[in-house]
Design a protein around this ligand. Structure first.
Ligand code: URA
Length: 230
């Protein structure tokens, strides 16, 4: 077996299950796998869980920004020469699905200063057992923005589908919704794809599936509890 050169970027051993055409994974590097291994570990402390989750969230936000349209732009550099590059076209906002999605807000703010952020609360209706919208506070001009929808875990997709419906009712075009999550299940990706094929989904990793409680496996447990509970 050959040993890779120390400077060669290493990809993780396998690329995971197949994903639908509207979905993308972050580059499956050893670096990303190492970060995920830390947050998957049940013995990881809360402060490490937050620190390493935040690192993955930054990678996800940067990848999400890659999907935004750009316009050619020329600037003058301090060397006296012009440089023709690009600038982002269009405005964005974040929308977090409470409560776990709030964990992704600071990563978004670190990449996009003074970004507007809305919130959606969806909970299971006791009577019907279906996800139900309890609260939505969104930027009034959201229909004119690209929306980065934030929820760390895409399990069945029930909350995400509801949240996407709310955004569309507020005038957001599905093509302008980028749903960012850390770990997705194949079932959740498939459910989003079948209902909203134009919504782009960006996941750090796609796991094997769901258990009988609809937790992602192998997963990392309850993200919100691990991030927010002392
Ligand atoms: N939400 C979580 O926090 N974890 C899962 O595995 C599924 C949904």
């Amino acid at each position: 077996m050959t040993t890779p050169l120390p400077c060669a970027a290493q990809t993780a051993p396998q690329d995971g299950p197949p994903i639908p055409p509207n979905a993308a994974r972050l580059p499956q590097t050893k670096q990303l796998d190492a970060l995920l291994t830390i947050i998957r570990d049940e013995s990881t402390s809360r402060s490490d869980f937050i620190f390493y989750s935040d690192r993955i969230i930054r990678l996800l936000v940067e990848e999400g920004l890659n999907h935004l349209p750009t316009l050619e732009k020329t600037v003058n550099t301090p060397t006296g020469l012009p440089y023709t590059g690009v600038s982002f076209q269009g405005r964005i906002c974040g929308v977090s699905i409470l409560r776990a999605g709030e964990a992704m807000e600071s990563g978004l703010r670190e990449c996009c200063r003074s970004v507007r952020i809305g919130k959606i609360l969806i909970q299971r209706d006791e009577e019907t057992s279906q996800p139900k919208l309890f609260y939505a506070k969104l930027p009034e001009d959201i229909a004119d923005r690209w929306v980065l929808l934030l929820d760390p875990m895409l399990a069945t997709g029930g909350s995400a589908l509801q949240a996407i419906e709310v955004l569309i009712k507020h005038g957001v075009s599905p093509q302008r919704i980028l749903f960012l999550n850390l770990v997705a299940s194949p079932e959740g990706l498939d459910n989003v794809w079948r209902k909203f094929p134009d919504v782009r989904v960006i996941s750090a990793w796609v796991d094997e599936g769901l258990d009988e409680r609809n937790y992602i496996v192998p997963g990392l447990g309850d993200f919100g509890n691990r991030y927010w509970s002392e």
